[in-house]
Ligand binder design. Sequence first.
Ligand code: FES
Length: 151
Amino acid sequence: MAMGYSEKVMDHFIHPRNVGEMTDADGVGEVGSAQCGDIMKVYLRVENGILTDVKFKTFGCASAIATSSMATELIKGKPLAQALELTNKAVVEALDGLPSVKLHCSVLAEEAVKAAVKDYYDRNGVDYDPALFAETDGEHTHGHSSFVNGV
Ligand code: FES
């Protein structure tokens, strides 16, 4: 086990699920970590309120790739609103844990999913409570807007 990574983390890092881009996504979320420079982009396809497809593109560490992969697996096929309930803790648990120094990578995955849902809401004029999209991570700053056209 490399650096204390679980088998599931290694599996999702080596064989990430749902990698790719969508040119006609219904919602796109992109977040970046100002601390490590990693960037994560999530694409959503929404049909009748269901996430029928989810893709991601991550320029980042092994944990960022594994958590992106698991996060997309956890929300694919689920109602859109359920994606907002996804927490980095749930992603980490589904991966059988992450080294503590890598927990912030899972926060990036949660935030990328939420940013994509917010984008969908914005595009479709859906009313929402802005508090739903408040920063979830006190550990370091994420430069959401600075990466909008960066990938
Ligand atoms: Fe930046 Fe993992 S070190 S997301």
